[in-house]
Design a protein around this ligand. Structure first.
Ligand code: 16G
Length: 165
């Protein structure tokens, strides 16, 4: 239930009404030609991806049923202006529970200040709860910690470690 959300919006945007000429929806194949990668490129290196590569990867994600890639489209521009993903990971522990991961949260530069990041993270955090994840996690830069704290995320006593290839 959207109204039970912990963060408030002013003006009061919602998933159904994300703002003037904007729509929030799941990713679709045609978004490749609506600047989906241009938005992702504002987060990190995206590399060379052909339409075939994209479709193959997207089909794989859809088949698993565990990837929830959402986007905000500006209908006037016909362009994707924001995206975020929830991935549901299956566990043996916690009574064969699930854990959510929020990834690739990015709002295009031109669309800052429209509460879109807040909207995307709220929606996916709520979705992970609805899907019965026992926890939902994300990695972020120190400067974004305060932003994520608004949704109930807190830094844990575990280190985030990685091995890069
Ligand atoms: C950030 C993202 C993460 C993404 C990574 C890419 C959020 C909350 N976190 O940590 O999802 O995968 O950046 O960085 O959006 P990399 O290219 O250095 O792995």
């Amino acid at each position: 239930d959207w109204s039970q959300n912990t963060v408030s919006f002013s003006p009061p945007i919602s998933p159904r009404n994300p703002g003037e000429s904007l729509v929030l929806r799941p990713l679709c194949t045609a978004d490749l030609n609506r600047g989906f990668y241009k938005v992702l490129g504002q987060l990190t290196k995206v590399g060379d991806v052909s339409a075939e590569d994209f479709i193959k990867k997207f089909d794989h994600m859809k088949k698993t049923g565990d990837y929830f890639v959402i986007v905000v489209e500006d209908l006037n521009l016909g362009q994707i202006v924001a995206t975020a993903t929830l991935i549901v990971e299956h566990k043996f522990i916690h009574a064969c529970s699930k854990r959510g991961r929020i990834e690739e949260v990015v709002v295009s530069d031109e669309c800052r200040g429209k509460q879109l990041g807040k909207l995307l993270v709220s929606v996916l955090t709520l979705l992970s709860k609805k899907l019965d994840c026992y926890k939902v996690t994300l990695e972020c830069k120190p400067k974004n910690v305060a932003f994520y704290e608004k949704f109930g995320y807190s830094s844990s006593d575990e280190n985030y470690m990685q091995c890069r290839f």
